[in-house]
Structures are given as structure tokens and as C-alpha cells.
Design a protein around this ligand. Sequence first.
Ligand code: SDX
Length: 430
Amino acid sequence: MTEREATLHTDAGDLELPVVEPTAGNAGLDIRRLRGELGYVTFDPGFANTAGTKSSITYVDGAAGELRHRGYRIEDLAEHCSFLEVAYLLLFGELPTRAQLEAWSLEIKHHTLLSEEMKRFFDAFPRSAHPMAILSSATNAISTFYETYYNPSDSEAVIESAKRLIAKMPTIAAWAYKKSIGQPYVYPRNDLDYVENFLHMMFALPVEETKIDPVVARALNVLLILHADHGQNCSTATVRSVGSARANLFASVAAGMNALWGPLHGGANQAVIEMLQEILDDPDATVESTIARAKDPNDPFRLMGFGHRVYRNYDPRAKVLRSFAHEVLERTSGTDPMLEVAQELEARALADPYFAERKLFPNVDFYSGIIFRALGFPPRMFTVLFAIGRLPGWIANWKEMIEDPDTRITRPRQVYVGIVDRPFVPIDRR
Ligand code: SDX
């Protein structure tokens, strides 16, 4: 196939732009010679139209509302796989054989303990500390025990770092939760699988035998899979950007966690529950008033859990979660008034021209919080659950970036619009 090209005509001259061909989705115009040859840079706040990399991990079809990891549909992975199986797929590019999955699960199982000194780390936080602050701090803290694995060029060390991050994140999350409620830390158990172990560490008490509800374990397994990766979203782009400076994997992931915490990104699942709770509690906050606020250009309020940079259709993850919410509620708390409010809010918004014209649909965060709540997690833990799910996606993208010969340190340009030059004024004459 002859190489496609685009021609850019400017007042500074013309430039042939080679086309970077995709296997699916948008092709890319290679502008790497633009500034050198024509003196122009592109202007694209938020990089909504700019690819910073080629990737083979996840494909999101925003128009069709489809999501695939290494070519597999998210619906199939959520229905048939374990979370560690999907983590393996994201990291190594293929679904594991039974033997590979058993070996992988055993490797992860043998690294779930935290160094005992880490207990004092948790003790240093106030009970009121947000668990996302603890999660990102603890991610950097545990890296101090693995400095031998810091080198991004050592592929074996990278996999060892990946195993420790995936293995220890549920322990860190559970201990942050236990700290917040003044209960004893619960150690991981090797007789439980990854998700059961996390639930055990979250909800077990030393004074009684706790049973893991298989329905809850299965639901959490699906939820973690649905959050596992999503292309070059804000937190993944952050992980890649920090890693492009050759910072180690732990430091890059910790940075991604902080980006995810933002209410416009992974923090939205907690913000959705707070929005629904306000409608239930505050007589002045109704579905109508909430939608009116979301539409008001003078009100910074956004309808949390709605809209997406890529999806111009229903987020396929939200579809799975919407039907899943009913199943989980039937098997756990019965009904939840929040689900009814959420469904009324969705119906009203989808029927409203403001949302229809802007192609704003429910995203992954709209229903996830209702299910997390039904599984017994408090809202302040929701973004932590998102981070545990997204961890393999962050690691797979970081690894792909490190191994990509095209990778350069992230250093975007700017269009400078400030004062260009003026004489210095001594302080007594200002
Ligand atoms: C996640 O990128 C990913 O893949 C992220 C994610 C992942 O898996 O990693 O999918 C996870 O972060 C999902 C998104 C969770 N965030 C929220 O639910 C917060 C509410 N949503 C928005 O803030 C917003 O939709 C974003 C941040 C998600 C996307 O913002 P964009 O792409 O920058 O869109 P925009 O702000 O330019 O909005 C376009 C228009 C604007 O109106 P106009 O200026 O054209 O009049 O749509 C409006 C916006 O005001 N709009 C909304 C809205 N989202 C967009 N109006 C009301 N409520 C909303 N939720």
C-alpha cells in the first residue's frame, strides 16, 4: 500500500505530513517536522485531537460505544475471565493458558504481604485521611523496599515491580480502610483468590469467622475488569509522562493515582454517589434541579457520571454495570433508592436536547458507585477500587512506552501570549 500523505498549506510554506496508519480508528498525521520546517506548533488543549503514542493495548470506539483489550471485547472478558487473567492479557498481550494463569496467580499470591515496618506508615495518618492520599503515598513508600527493581531498562525488574504493585495494592487499600475505622489490620491469606483476599482484608474481624459471599466476590471481579484499562485517559497519560523521564514504575503509578483522584476522572464515582445522596436528602435538590444546574453555563456543576472525552455513545462498561446493579442488589441489600434516582436521572438526561446534542451518555462511573456501595464499600473507597482495577492498565501502558523506540521525554510546547520584554523595576519604584 502506498504511504498516504497529507499536505499542510501555510503562509510559511507547505509541508507533506506522513500518515501513521491504524489497524482501527483514527489515522495520525505525523507532525514531527512541523516546527523545524514551518515554525508552527499545533494547539490542542487537553490533547483531544492529538495522539502522543501508538499503542496495541486497548481500542475504544467512541462512536459505536465499544471497548476491546488486545482485540477482546470487554463484555466477553467481564463474563468469562478473572481479573488476574485480564491483567495478564494487558501486560503480556495474550490470554494465559491454564498453566500460565496458575503460575501468574501464585506469583501474585506470594507478594501480598507488606513489610512489617509499613504498619507505622499507616499509623502516621489521621483516621480522616482520604484513602487515595494513602494509596499514592504508600505506593511510593513500598518502592523503597525494592530499589533494585527501579531500572526501567531491566525488563525482569519491571515485571517484578509489576507483580509487587498488583499483589500489594489490595493490602494497602484494605489497611487504609481499617485504619480509617480503627479496626485491626487483617493479613492476606494464601488460601483465597485475589478478589476474595481483598474482601477478607477489607471486612474480616479477628473476633469472628467471616464468610466471603461468592456473589460479592464475582461482582467485584467484574468491576475490577471493567476498570482495567481505557487507552490514553488522564491517569494513564500521566503514568506514561512520568515514566518518559525514566522514573521508576512505582513513582509513575503513584502519579497516575493522583490524576485518577480528580472528580472529572476516577473521582467521579464518589462524586456520583454524593450527587445522588444530595437528591435523596435535600428537598431543594431534585432530579429536575440537578439537570438544570448541569445545563446552566454559569454553574460549574457537571452531571457526575455523565459525558466522556471519547464516547459519543453509551459507555459499554456503564451498560454492563446498569444491568449488573439489579443483579447485585437482588443478592445483597435488596433495593437501593439511589438506583431508582440514578435511573430517573439517566432517563431525564437522555431525553433532554442539551445532553443529546452534546452526545453525553452515562460513563463507567455513573453506576459503579451504586454497586460498590451494595458490596459494602464506603464512597471514599470507590476511587481506590478504580485504582486497583486500573493498575494493570497503567503498568501495561508504562511498559509499552518504555519498550517503544519512538518514546521521547514528554515535553509539550506552548503558544506564548504573555508580555514579551520589559525593563526591570526596582522594588522601591513599583
Ligand atoms: C472517566 O478518558 C477516559 O477514558 C476516562 C475514563 C477511564 O476509564 O479512564 O473513562 C474514566 O474519567 C470517566 C469520566 C468521569 N467523569 C465524570 O463523570 C465527570 C463529569 N463529566 C465531565 O466533566 C466531562 O464529560 C468529561 C470530563 C468526562 C469530559 O470532558 P470533555 O471531553 O473535556 O468535554 P467538555 O468539557 O469539552 O464538554 C463538552 C460540552 C461542554 O458544553 P459546551 O461548552 O459545549 O456548552 O459538554 C458539556 C460541557 O459543559 N458537558 C457536560 C458534562 N460533560 C460535558 N455538561 C453537564 N454535565 C456533564 N457531565
